[in-house]
Design a protein around this ligand. Structure first.
Ligand SMILES: NC(=O)c1ccc[n+]([C@@H]2O[C@H](COP(=O)([O-])OP(=O)(O)OC[C@H]3O[C@@H](n4cnc5c(N)ncnc54)[C@H](O)[C@@H]3O)[C@@H](O)[C@H]2O)c1
Length: 278
């Protein structure tokens, strides 16, 4: 088993990628602390993990609230002791129906203009319609959330003398970008920069810090995309399909286990080829 004897704290783990990561970690022998803002979904995932490895448990943790993060880490330490692996996974995309509807209409209009050979006269003006609250919430959950949890985990990993692994869920959007999602792209770009900076700082005490930058993965997060939008995206993916949560979880197991001992400050990107970097 690749993670035998390890203890992991995973955020946003009641659904999608976090859920798959918890199940994969438990299947590899790790004791998993499943955390989410939604207590019930976290409890359901912990129960499923417990079927593979004993000792899985759940905690409520709102990563956008430093007091909630601190309380969750305190409860974690009391119950499980040392932390070996932190996965900063919690995340959202903007779901304002008016904004999404307007985006779809303008995208369609631009496509028609493009196909008919004319100039683009329709503008996708999502940034102008993002409110302070929307932008704040996006940065709070992704970037502050990653910072708050990392700030709690690092001293624990150092004091344990065992080092550790931190895996931050970024996205290809942090480098490749996506029309209509500037707030999300900014949050993910910030996570990639944070990953590299913390990797340098924590290397001396054996904590390896990496990011996973998935492409389009079939989870509830992408539900707000319309069927047409999904088709248009799929056409651009060389492997011809969205990824599965299990394919991303396999990347997390790789980075968390013995295979990942020479990776730090990196971004590993399961993306079906939609974005190819060097
Ligand atoms: N699905 C994709 O295509 C994709 C691609 C690239 C990156 N990602 C990233 O992967 C991560 C997981 O996304 P997913 O696709 O599994 O989405 P999801 O919606 O299935 O799961 C997200 C989870 O985060 C939780 N959450 C939301 N706000 C929270 C908060 N404040 N505190 C704690 N938990 C909170 C939700 O309750 C939910 O359980 C996100 O960071 C997302 O940006 C997803």
């Amino acid at each position: 088993m690749k993670l035998d004897g390890k203890t992991a704290f995973v955020t946003g783990a009641g659904s999608g990628l976090g859920r798959a990561i918890c199940l994969a970690f438990a299947a590899e022998g790790a004791r998993v602390c499943v955390t989410d803002i939604d207590e019930d979904s976290a409890a359901e995932v912990a129960a499923a993990c417990g079927e593979a490895t004993e000792g899985a448990f759940s905690l409520r943790c709102d990563v956008a609230d430093s007091a909630s993060v601190r309380a969750a880490f305190t409860a974690f330490t009391e119950r499980a002791g040392d932390i070996d692996i932190l996965v900063n996974n919690a995340g959202i995309i903007h779901t304002d129906p008016d904004l999404l509807e307007a985006m779809e209409q303008t995208t369609q209009a631009q496509l028609m203009e493009l196909f008919s050979g004319g100039p683009i006269t329709t503008h996708i003006d999502t940034v102008e319609h993002l409110t302070d609250e929307m932008f704040d919430r996006m940065i709070k959950i992704h970037l502050y959330g990653t910072f708050y949890c990392t700030r709690e985990a690092l001293p624990r990993m150092r004091e344990s003398g065992k080092g550790g692994r931190i895996i931050n869920m970024a996205s290809i959007m942090g480098t490749a970008s996506l029309t209509g999602f500037a707030d999300y792209c900014a949050a993910k770009g910030g996570i990639l920069a944070f990953t590299r900076a913390v990797a340098r700082e924590a290397a001396s005490y054996g904590v390896l810090v990496n990011a996973i930058s998935p492409g389009f993965i079939d989870t509830p997060l992408v539900d707000p995309l319309s069927d047409d939008q999904k088709k248009a995206i799929t056409m651009q993916i060389p492997l011809g399909r969205f990824g599965t949560p299990e394919e991303v979880a396999a990347t997390a197991v790789f980075l968390a286990g013995e295979s990942g001992t020479y990776f730090t400050g990196q971004s590993v990107s399961p993306n079906g080829g939609i974005y190819m970097s060097q």
